[in-house]
Ligand binder design. Structure first.
Ligand code: GLA
Length: 339
């Protein structure tokens, strides 16, 4: 599985933006992310029993002895993602190289998952996109303790240029859906760093699991069953998951028929559900969504990713300029040997 010692590799893993369907992946629901053109690139020479990496963007050098045992304690902190992947792959052959990224770090474009996938490919993981994504998801659990779902890593591994990815987390089916020619997606930073994501994320997930223990899988729960949940918090969380999955299906249909107005309205409705029922928004994110939705030519906007700060994704007409990054759907991660 690992490339031979002495070989030079370049692995390139995009970031991702989730267009709709947040906090559904770990409950077997649906989402529609896409890989973006900004990426993490690792250029390295394979060999030795250590991983030595420096980052062009972030201070600190990583020197990691293999095999890795405790990924969560590694310094500098970005090295934990590298260590998590090395541990998950049980890597015994290391590498020496550099990491470069044109992804805004810690902004909701999955710079960490992108780093994980880039490391996995550089270290010789030649599994299917699903297999690579699963190993990187488990690597993130090791690195951070946050019980994330598989959406980010799967979007990064399985991206298709010009397409959003309709994901069903019950079957792990990924269906690329062509983006309409006129659709322009923008990512706008709220100016607020994401906070408390790890613990609040785990708490939300636990609330969903408690609701599912009473009424069964949330994506299939009937509205009546959800309303019968006695705990109001569990009821609200379940309502979000169920309605969000329906919005994902409707959003995919809207994209297929080129109905940007309907697609935008579903994004804005998703934001309201994340704000009111899932309680992962912030005042700043709500204000930004309202402000963007008030602009002519913007069809809708929503927080993207886990919430608690970070970024908003907006759907706009061509010719509109927003104060952020315009993102294009790109292909998934790849590795070049002897570049
Ligand atoms: C984070 C996690 C994903 C997903 C989103 C919310 O990005 O890594 O698995 O749960 O939050 O949709």
């Amino acid at each position: 599985m690992a490339p031979r010692p002495g070989v030079r590799v370049r692995s390139i893993a995009p970031g991702r933006v989730n267009l709709i369907g947040d906090h559904t992946d770990y409950m077997g629901g649906r989402a529609m992310p896409m890989a973006v053109q900004m990426a993490t690139t690792i250029t390295a020479t394979i060999g030795g029993d250590r991983i030595e990496l420096i980052s062009a963007q972030v201070p600190g050098a990583l020197g990691l002895d293999l095999p890795v045992t405790a990924a969560a304690e590694v310094e500098p902190p970005w090295g934990r993602y590298v260590a998590g992947v090395a541990a998950e792959l049980a890597a015994e052959v290391g590498m020496v190289g550099t990491i470069e990224s044109d992804l805004p770090l810690g902004s909701g474009l999955s710079s960490s998952a992108s780093l994980e996938v880039a490391v996995a490919l550089a270290l010789g993981d030649d599994g299917s996109p699903h297999e690579v994504a699963r190993r990187c998801q488990l690597a993130e659990h090791r690195a951070t303790g946050m019980p994330c779902g598989i959406m980010d890593q799967l979007a990064i591994a399985a991206g298709v240029q010009g397409h959003a990815l309709l994901m069903d987390f019950e079957t792990l089916d990924v269906e690329p859906v062509a983006l309409p020619d006129r659709a322009r997606f923008w990512v706008v930073h709220s100016g607020q760093e994401r906070r408390l994501v790890g613990s609040a994320y785990a708490q939300r997930r636990a609330e969903c699991e408690q609701a599912a223990a009473t009424i069964g899988p949330l994506p299939h729960a009937s509205p009546e069953a959800i309303e019968r949940l006695t705990d109001p918090t569990e009821r609200a969380r379940a309502r979000h998951v169920r309605t969000e999955c329906d919005r994902v299906t409707a959003f995919a249909d809207a994209l297929r028929s080129g109905d940007l107005v309907a697609a935008g309205a579903l994004m804005t409705a998703s934001h309201a559900s994340l704000r009111d029922d899932f309680e992962v928004s912030t005042t700043r994110l709500d204000e930004l969504v309202a402000q963007l939705c008030g602009r002519k030519g913007v069809h809708g906007a929503r927080l993207t990713g886990a919430g608690f700060g970070g970024c908003v994704v907006a759907l706009a007409e061509p010719g509109i300029e927003l104060a952020g990054w315009q993102v294009h759907a790109s292909d998934g991660a790849r590795v070049e040997i002897d570049p």
